[in-house]
Design a protein around this ligand. Structure first.
Ligand SMILES: *Cc1c(COP(=O)(O)O)cnc(C)c1O
Length: 451
């Protein structure tokens, strides 16, 4: 075994080293090479060395270089080396993080990472947190807690009695709600379309003056960090308006909540501490390996009730175990990766990481504007939307750029205009990566326009 793991370490180092100069997208030939890893299940096995060698030979070249410094698609972090290393060690431990008796180290370090994160984001003391696979499941768990709490307030136990026959709940979202929130609502038995949509302003922020009148059980889903513009809903104003009527306020803060950790950006997310629940990703801006997210809930008892299992004599129900607060039972101790990232970075390192990405986004916007292109959003965070002229030209630039391979950016439509989205979320991106990517974008536009 030791020689196998050392061999993997050598191969991984080589892979990461190669990302500096490799094209960000794999070539069609390397993707076709995956056929070498497929086919029918072999009748007899093969040595571990050869399995790993095949994985590296055919798998590594077919990766997207999102672990590198010039991937700006979606909102995707790279694995910080220390978090990847911690992830490997924890994988060797192979701990089940469901209960403390299965893994004292898993239980302890996940709690430490949750406490540190709560502190960095200045969320209220006493909120309950838990690690889940990502922001979608964090939204799901938080909204399950919300559903439980607002129905409990009117004397109905939804965890026991279910949704059929439950008192109706009003669900309020902004026009710019992330689709993962709608998925969570649908999984919880609400239906994606049965929501009240509140109009937004030109940056996609929910307009608190357009909130409906609130009566009866109500959940209001706000957003901290719009996937296109990076804008924040006015959570303080919204909370003040709806809390008096007893509504639950949830914040989808996948990447945007990390702005709270950077002194110069904190103001953007002002007031999120007034909410009742928060969903957060660690695999985006904290740059831990996939997959990792956190749900925080002010009323921990509501989360526990929402996740309650029926009694089983061999399982705990006293509120002391992680599995009582997550949708999963068995689970890897993914909080260990986050613990390692946070201990390595410290308060100032997280602030620098967030601030650096925001400054790179600013630099992208300034350089592209100087080159004559139109920036469609206020660049307040790490997101930039740029148009290169007509929708047709912008679409062509995006696909040519993706083929060319210096960097990778995706597309979107913002207020009816096709745009290229640049999201700077990697610890590894330097100013020279930004300059090199801007040059590649400008070259690509010239070529696309000439066609
Ligand atoms: C990324 C994102 C999600 C979904 O998160 P996953 O980690 O992919 O589950 C939800 N909301 C927002 C605002 C996001 O940026």
């Amino acid at each position: 075994m030791p020689s196998l793991l050392s061999e993997v370490a050598r191969r991984a180092d080589q892979y990461l080293e190669g990302l500096r100069e490799r094209a960000v997208t794999p070539t069609p030939e390397t993707v076709r090479g995956l056929d070498r890893l497929a086919g029918p299940i072999p009748d007899s096995g093969e040595s571990a060395d050869r399995v790993i060698a095949a994985l590296d030979e055919f798998g590594s070249p077919a990766t997207v270089a999102s672990a590198g410094a010039r991937y700006f698609g979606f909102v995707i972090g790279s694995g910080l080396p220390v978090a990847v290393a911690a992830n490997w060690l924890a994988a060797s431990w192979n701990q089940n993080a469901a209960m403390e008796v299965m893994s004292p180290v898993g239980a302890r370090l996940e709690q430490v990472a949750l406490d540190w994160t709560r502190d960095l984001l200045s969320l209220p003391a006493g909120v309950r947190g838990a690690f889940v696979t990502g922001d979608t499941l964090a939204n799901f768990a938080a909204l399950a807690a919300a559903r439980h709490a607002v129905l409990e307030n009117v004397g109905y136990d939804v965890s026991r009695s279910g949704m059929s026959g439950a008192p109706p709940i009003t669900l309020v979202v902004g026009e710019e709600v992330h689709v993962s929130v709608l998925r969570a609502l649908s999984l919880l038995g609400f239906g994606r379309e049965k929501v009240v949509r509140v109009p937004v302003d030109e940056q996609g922020r929910m307009r608190s003056d357009r909130l409906p009148d609130i009566t009866g059980p109500t959940i209001v889903c706000t957003q901290a960090g719009n996937v296109n513009t990076g804008a924040f809903d006015p959570v303080r104003e919204i909370s003040q308006r709806v809390h008096t009527a007893g509504a639950w306020v949830h914040v989808d803060g996948a990447f945007g909540l990390w702005a709270r950790a950077a002194p110069r950006r904190r103001e953007l997310a002002d007031g999120v501490e007034e909410a009742d629940s928060w969903a957060l990703d660690c695999h985006k801006w904290l740059n831990v390996p996939y997959d990792s997210g956190i749900v925080f809930v002010r009323n921990g008892a509501a989360l526990r009730s929402a996740m309650a299992t029926g009694a089983a004599p061999y399982l705990p129900t006293g509120g002391g175990e992680m599995m009582e607060f997550t949708p999963e039972m068995s689970r890897r101790a993914r909080g260990i990766d986050a613990w390692a990232a946070l201990r390595y970075l410290g308060r100032s390192g997280v602030a620098d990481l967030v601030e650096r990405c925001c400054q790179h986004a600013r630099s992208f916007a300034d350089q592209l504007r100087d080159a004559g292109f139109r920036i469609l959003n206020d660049v307040v965070l790490n997101q930039v939307l740029v148009s290169f002229g007509t929708d047709e030209v912008t679409r062509r630039v995006i696909s040519e750029l993706q083929r060319e391979g210096t960097c990778w950016c995706g597309g979107t439509v913002w207020h009816g205009t096709t745009a290229m989205r640049i999201s700077v979320s990697s610890w590894a991106t330097s100013e020279s990566d930004v300059d090199r990517s801007v040059q590649a974008i400008i070259r690509t536009v010239r070529r696309s326009v000439a066609k």
